[in-house]
Design a protein around this ligand. Sequence first.
Ligand SMILES: Nc1nc2c(ncn2[C@@H]2O[C@H](COP(=O)(O)OP(=O)(O)OP(=O)(O)O)[C@@H](O)[C@H]2O)c(=O)[nH]1
Ligand SMILES: [Mg+2]
Length: 457
Amino acid sequence: MKGIFKQVLSPLEQLLDGMTAAGDWFSRETHRFTITGLSRSGKSMLFTSLMTILKYRSEEQYQCLPLLKRLPVELVDAMWLEPLDDFPMFPIEQHMASLENGEWPAPTEDVYGFKMVVRLRQTSQLKKHLFPHTHVVFEFIDYPGEWITDLPMLGKFYTQWSDSSLAQQLTEPQRFYAQQWHKTLEAFDFDVPPDSQAVFTLVSAYREYLLKAKAAGIAMLQPGSFLLDGSGFEWREHGFTPLPTKISSDIDHPWTKHFTEQFQHFQTSWLQPLRDSTFRESDKQIILIDLFEGLNHSRQHLGQLKETLSHLADVFVYGESSWFTKTLLRKKEIGKVAFVATKSDLIPDGFKPELLSLLKDVSAGATAKLSRDGVAFEHFLVSAIKATDEGRHDAALRYTNANKVYTEVNFEPVPASIRSMAEDEHYPALQVPVPNDYLPRMLKGRGLDKLFQFLLG
Ligand SMILES: Nc1nc2c(ncn2[C@@H]2O[C@H](COP(=O)(O)OP(=O)(O)OP(=O)(O)O)[C@@H](O)[C@H]2O)c(=O)[nH]1
Ligand SMILES: [Mg+2]
């Protein structure tokens, strides 16, 4: 049957369903969404808003998403959160407490999950027909953005990664931030054996580069997993770095051998399990993109963001066809992908068409790959919270700044493509503190109805 919600059932459930088994467990329908994005792209804030909006929607009958037709509030009997497998629960209370204290949610340093269960009212035959399930389950996983850039490393040999990573660091804008690291690499004596002290020296110097590049808005950070201390991969013990090609091309060189082993250890003991548990196959992929960081820095920053997203397209959705893709999705469309520019409240409405066009440009490398593989995609803008207000004219916004002064700012038009941004230009990003009235402003988030429709459609 062609339901309003797409059916993605495990074979067991499908079987049981066919037997019209009764009881809650049997009539659950699970949708797995991957909302993913590079570091600081707005994942945690978006989850926090989605949960808050849905909570208000169900508990207070608050119609904050007028365009949302898929899940009419009258049909929703109750909505609650449940843990997802063994993942620690998404710290919604902690994030809300931060907002209450005037702080944005802290950067995510570990993986969290939650399930949102929606119990539907089964009042009339018609509704039963439209919603054959009494429960619809949505699964969400939040994780540090630093982890995602590492996934393309799964398909590489150490020397391939080493060479391409050095080549990337020699192009702008990375080259500028890599100067110190490159000096260290050039001066390094590779005749000393790769003992733990020597390895630590080199890995620390490389990590310094990654930290510096991250602070400067670079998205292409490999391994991003080395950036977080205390959670995730043990870079001190198992770290590695790229090596100069004269070393990496000698497969018998002690350093090449050592880093090849470390790299393989990284792949098998960290990346593969991470991918299997956190970046699982899903019905729908949402890729969050913060364009403001790139706009704030330079055209070249936007260029490397585009390149990073293009690399990521290889590992998503259709990466390597799994059991799931092969057996279940072959008959249907392969999942769908949305490229979503976040924090759209940071520019006036009048410039949103340009922002959307820039989003399409920045994701063009990725969408070319999706088109080639017959994967459907779309683009839209969201803001998890509407932290700004309209200004007195079209090119202006008003907001309460860090000094608690309600001010108006004027904007230049946003470039509609990377090419149309001048080499020496940049667009300072608005730094908006958490507004005091954050709750109504979260309920006024923009584009979230579109997002729900994408998820449910
Ligand atoms: N104005 C505005 N700012 C936002 C919005 N969403 C996120 N931000 C800002 O972007 C920052 C990063 O958002 P997060 O949700 O923490 O990003 P993340 O993707 O979870 O980041 P990691 O956990 O580091 O991977 C926040 O601290 C806010 O400053 C939004 O809708 N509007
Ligand atoms: Mg986060």
